[in-house]
Design a protein around this ligand. Structure first.
Ligand code: GLA
Length: 398
């Protein structure tokens, strides 16, 4: 028996086209929370995200020449022929599926059109990787319908291109990679230069990932494009003294300390964040492997402070949320997650403290900011895949 969510999706699809149950497929791609390693991915550094149990699901069947996708959440439809795909700012969310189709064709994959419906449970503009999940779900539905051979890494790279080159957002590879390759109950330690990756297990029977949504919506695009340019400028200056520097990833903390006086103040701060944040990711992996929970908390705390003071991508609401969470016994660590300036804080919390955190964070945050936050307690599900188990549904909202 399909879940209520899937039943609704099939019903919606039936309104657009006669459903061919033998040929229809279901693709699911999760959102992500980044535990540490913020704004390091586009500097070819390290990140440590995990999947969250909020996702984007597409139910679709093949059709000829064109793509028709209806968003149930937004009640809008995108329709485009597979020939001469062009960027159009009017497409809004449709930019992402369009970009994915464009690069699949450009890479020579033999795909034809599709008609389908999309439903998502990832809050948009909350820093949880909703656009990457939409891209990965789109690539996956093409793969399922046309049996194309594409590895999860290739899929992540292609979707990254769709967002960067087609959509014009200077993001890194983290979100697409986490959605496509995330592993159940694990954090994904990824080297964004070599793409080598390792699943780092967390004691999932006792430790929860809790997301505290400040409900401050932000445009990731503006932050990312600006910060990426600043990092590139810093690299240009550093190259004069160290010509072998290709990205901020190439600097150790000692290198940075020697070079910092050569940089204008703002670029120095951006650089300092990236260099030390990379080191924190490596320290975090070690601490997780050794169950050093105090160190984990300290690293998350320092990372947040660095995002706030050096990279300047936090905001009053995020700082307030993190401060509240950190006072609660049983919260291992808390920090902003994603591009910043709003969206969510992520916490690692002992099971016994989840209820207290949810209660206190809601009350104190409302009292201090006047805003009602949303709180999601999340499991760490596997990365994207075909939705085959009718009962293993996530993010019921109907
Ligand atoms: C956004 C981008 C990611 C990453 C983060 C900041 O989520 O999509 O690639 O740059 O911001 O760490």
């Amino acid at each position: 028996m399909p879940s209520a969510r899937l039943q609704t999706m099939f019903k919606e699809l039936n309104r657009i086209v006669e459903v061919d149950e033998k040929r229809a497929k279901i693709a699911r791609a999760p959102g992500r929370a980044n535990i540490i390693g913020e704004h390091t991915d586009y500097n070819e550094g390290y990140v440590l995200p995990c999947t969250v149990d909020r996702d984007i699901v597409i139910v679709a069947q093949p059709c000829n020449y064109e793509v028709i996708l209806h968003s149930i959440n937004l009640n809008t439809t995108i329709k485009f022929p597979l020939r001469n795909i062009r960027f159009d700012p009017q497409d809004r969310w449709g930019t992402y599926p369009k970009g994915v189709a464009h690069y699949l064709l450009q890479a020579g994959y033999e795909i034809d059109g599709l008609i389908g419906v999309i439903h998502g449970t990832i809050p948009a503009r909350a820093g949880l990787g909703s656009s990457a999940a939409l891209e990965i779900a789109t690539a996956l539905i093409f793969q399922l319908l046309y049996d194309i051979e594409i590895s999860p890494v290739e899929m992540a790279l292609l979707c990254f291109k769709a967002e960067n080159e087609f959509g014009g957002v200077s993001c890194g590879i983290m979100d697409q990679f986490a959605s496509a390759l995330g592993r159940r109950d694990s954090l994904l330690f990824l080297d964004c230069r070599t793409l080598s990756h390792e699943a780092v297990e967390i004691p999932s029977s006792k430790l929860r990932v809790v997301l505290l949504n400040t409900m401050v919506e932000r445009s990731a695009e503006a932050v990312l494009n600006k910060r990426k340019l600043e990092c590139q400028k810093a690299v240009q200056i550093i190259k004069k003294f160290r010509p072998e520097t290709k990205s901020l990833r190439d600097l150790s903390t000692d290198d940075f300390e020697q070079l910092k006086n050569k940089l204008p103040a703002t670029l120095g701060k951006r650089c300092q964040h990236v260099v030390y944040e990379n080191e924190r990711v490596i320290e975090m992996v070690k601490a997780l492997k050794r169950d050093r929970f105090d160190t984990i908390g300290e690293l998350m705390h320092t990372s947040h402070a660095s995002c706030r003071d050096l990279y300047e991508v936090s905001c009053r609401e995020l700082d307030t949320m993190v401060e509240i969470a950190e006072t609660i016994d049983g919260v291992v660590g808390c920090r902003m997650t994603g591009a910043g300036l709003g969206g969510c804080a992520v916490c690692l919390v002992w099971d016994r403290a989840v209820e207290e955190l949810a209660k206190r964070a809601s009350e104190s945050y409302k009292e201090k900011t006047g805003i009602n936050p949303e709180i999601y307690v999340s499991k760490i599900p596997p990365g994207a895949g075909e939705f085959v188990d009718w009962n293993e549904n996530s993010g019921e909202i109907f």
